[in-house]
Write a protein that binds this ligand. Structure first.
Ligand SMILES: *[C@@H]1O[C@H](CO)[C@@H](O)[C@H](O)[C@H]1NC(C)=O
Ligand SMILES: *[C@@H]1O[C@H](CO)[C@@H](O)[C@H](O)[C@H]1NC(C)=O
Ligand SMILES: *[C@@H]1O[C@H](CO)[C@@H](O)[C@H](O)[C@H]1NC(C)=O
Length: 370
């Protein structure tokens, strides 16, 4: 008899040594009703001997569970995570897909555990299969899943494999917004693989209509941070040519990158274009302009911009310090002293790092999902 209730579920958890973190809300089908749905193979799918055995082993595992109140999803999750720990990754990958086809969907966390184990085992084709089945399951990947993609890319030598992976991801997400690819582009660059990231971007562009404003914003930031200003400006032109409307994030990304490289000329051009497009200067763009004017030795302009900023913003400590040091360098010690006193007397109102952080968060548009 399969399902006599003799053991409490916590005992099972104790034996397996896994804390149970998954909720019981979905796939709450009782174990008693599972076998009919789980193990009737469709005649059309080809199942290998190994796969057959993987299913049988899962079947056995479920049959030894005595607590009828435990959901199928929970017990399958426990089993798959056990496979991950014991390194039976192909079985785990196969079972995830199989369960999905039987409408039993494990949580994102289980996918992430499997992706992590596969990256460690260094098998890109298996990684690709599991990431794709995650996309097909309609669970939105989270930052952990994307980080694993970048780690997997780091370990793969042939770029053909990356190309095929990206093509498949594009196919799966066809007709949806390019969020998944955007995040892959972002995270790949974040892990230091700028060329791979740009290659993926090129693929996306060639599939026209796929890239969006977020894609371009991401790539502009990647190029700007890498100091590749000419390419950044070229992509900005392409972006507009393709009809993607630059937003405030586009402009502040450009201005901030240009500032860091001391490109006053381009900073002014972009700031003017931004104003012409009906956007207003914000804390970040003002601060960037003050900084770049100062670096170029244009003290009057730095001060003028700073005074203008005060009409609409609480200037940051950075902006104060930057103007004060500009003034000192230009020998205008009286003015420097006056601003220093002003800064001291208004410390409570000054914009701090949080104000910038908020900006940055919205700039990357990486939403926490899942
Ligand atoms: C994983 O594979 C090994 C052999 O490689 C086997 O001994 C072990 O029982 C398997 N683990 C599970 C949970 O099936
Ligand atoms: C990667 O995983 C696939 C699918 O399980 C397997 O067929 C292949 O042999 C593995 N490759 C390596 C290098 O381990
Ligand atoms: C501003 O505060 C700093 C540190 O508290 C002090 O050293 C400096 O003299 C002050 N400047 C003015 C102009 O009051």
């Amino acid at each position: 008899m399969y399902f006599c209730v003799t053991k409490k579920f916590f005992l099972l958890r104790y034996i397996l040594g896994v804390p149970l973190v998954h909720n019981v809300l979905c796939n709450n089908m009782a174990i008693g009703s599972i076998f009919s749905t789980l193990f009737t193979h469709s005649i059309t799918t080809q199942v290998s001997v190994e796969q057959e055995n993987a299913i049988k082993a899962l079947e056995l595992f479920i049959s030894t569970e005595k607590d009828e109140s435990i959901s199928v999803k929970e017990i399958c999750t426990i089993y798959i995570e056990k496979l991950c720990r014991s390194g039976n990754l192909s079985d785990a990958a196969y079972l995830l897909g199989h369960l999905h086809s039987r409408d039993i969907n494990v949580c994102l966390n289980t996918y992430n555990i499997l992706l992590t184990a596969i990256v460690e085992s260094n098998n890109f084709s298996l990684f690709s299969e599991v990431f794709k089945s995650l996309l097909i399951s309609n669970l939105p990947p989270d930052i952990t899943s994307y980080n694993k993609v970048a780690e997997a890319f780091q370990k793969v030598a042939e770029s053909d494999l990356v190309v095929n992976f990206v093509k498949d991801v594009c196919d799966i997400t066809f007709g949806k917004d390019p969020t998944v690819i955007n995040r892959i582009i972002f995270v790949t660059a974040k892990f230091g693989q700028i060329d791979k990231s740009l290659m993926i971007f090129k693929m996306l562009k060639n599939l026209d209509s796929k890239a969006d404003t977020v894609t371009f914003n991401t790539v502009l930031a990647i190029l700007g941070k890498a100091g590749r200003i000419n390419e950044m400006m070229a992509e900005f032109m392409v972006m507009k040519d393709l009809g993607h409307i630059p937003d405030m994030i586009t402009y502040s990304t450009l201005i901030n990158c240009l500032r860091r490289l001391g490109r006053l000329d381009l900073c002014k051009t972009i700031a003017n274009e931004m104003l012409e497009q009906g956007f207003e200067m914000d804390l970040l763009t003002y601060t960037a302009l003050v900084d770049v004017y100062g670096r170029a030795g244009h003290v009057e302009d730095a001060l003028g911009t700073f005074e203008e900023m005060k009409k609409s913003q609480h200037p940051s400590v950075y902006a104060y310090r930057s103007v004060i040091s500009d003034l000192k360098r230009a020998g205008k010690f009286d003015l420097a002293l006056r601003l220093s006193a002003e800064m001291n007397s208004s410390t409570t109102k000054l914009a701090g790092p949080e104000d910038f952080k908020q900006k940055r968060k919205s700039r990357w548009k990486i939403k926490q999902v899942g």
